[in-house]
Design a protein. Sequence first.
Length: 473
Amino acid sequence: MIIFGNKMGETNSKLEELAAIALSETRRRGAEYADVFIQEMLITQVRLEDGRVSDLSLGQESGLGVRAIRGMFASYAHTDVLKKEHVEEVARQAAAALQHAEAEGGVILPGGKQTLLNATKLPQGHGELGQIADMLKSCDEATRSLSKEIMQVSAAHTGATQHTLVMSSKGDRIYSSCERTRLVVQVVASRGGVAQTGVEAPGKLMGLSFYENIRPVEVALVAARRALTMLDAKPSPTGKMPVVLSAGTGGVLIHEACGHGLEADHVQKGASVYAGKIGEKVAGELVSICDNPSLPDLWGSYEYDDEGTPARENILIDGGILEGFLYANHEAMRDSAESTGNGRRESFRYLPIPRMSNTFLAPGRENSGDIISGTSRGLYAKKLGGGQVDPLTGDYVFAVSEGYLIEKGRITSPVRGATLIGNGPRTLQMIDAVGNDLEFEEGTCGKEGQGVPVTTGCPTFRIEGLTVGGTEA
């Protein structure tokens, strides 16, 4: 069942009626502010494991969530049954959870009443599932043709169409729609008891036209060549050394080691090393960091966030100076600020919280080749893997899934087992070269049990002295 209509017709009017019921019930029971989020998701998944289709599905889910705010406290309840009695019940639950919360009096978000409309449309379809499966088989065949050392190939397509309605007690009414498509290819190569994995996972804010912008087989070959290259790698050296991060991949370090500490909920809880430092120098003068969900077609982009706030560019650090934090509505209320358009949630089942979108280190003026040639000895991190970070201290550890030595200004031997160990604020102070070759990578960011699509980005940049953990004897 499609719950959103093509136009502002009878179907959408019924959704607005349900939202209005929830708002009225929540406010009547003492909430100072309330909003309602109605969502419909249509999801296509096709997965190929070692040449065979292991998953082929087309699913739909929809539901409604109600948030109530009273003073410093917020509560949330949701339902996947869009009927009047169920909506009234979740509204009562949301309001009841705040009955002992102290009211602030006259709480209202900046900006006053607004009525915005981005007319929803029905999905154009996810294409023939059989054709997508054939495309994934081509990826499998191409990678295996490279080498007999390719042992495992996994290729997966995910397509999602989302329609949302946000209505609030201050008069907001925002419809929005988007489509996202992603291809993930993972390849395992093995030799002499040593196995290495290569992953490539592009995605865009678009439908099946995504496959007109990339070559799926080439995506698979990139993953396969990465795995094969690392079979020839020698153990990584250890110690403090210059580290050059390639364009695109270093953005995940910026996201994890710096970005989470700039989300307002961490700051307000005293769990951020950047708390109380607006206007202060927190990075080298070459460092400017932005979060911008309004960039066209990127995986982490959107027109409106999940609270109905329009997407916009937010400059977080400018020339080393901390300029601001990322806000959702409730966090903005607490600081008498405006939302930056970063209120995000995984689905209608979750409370919106401040989240990054497309976060990147802004490009500098240097040529990437000059950064390499200007490094006598060090590590070139071509691809980063998983990592851990403490937003309170900024301490982090990241695995390097594809790395090379830099010797006499040249990229030479591949190395494996390298880890980057550092502190976010100190790392930002140690960036001494920034290239002009900005690139982006796609990922899923996890926070408080929610996963949302994000893009990380950077040009080639160098950290002058970073601790590298390795496996060299």
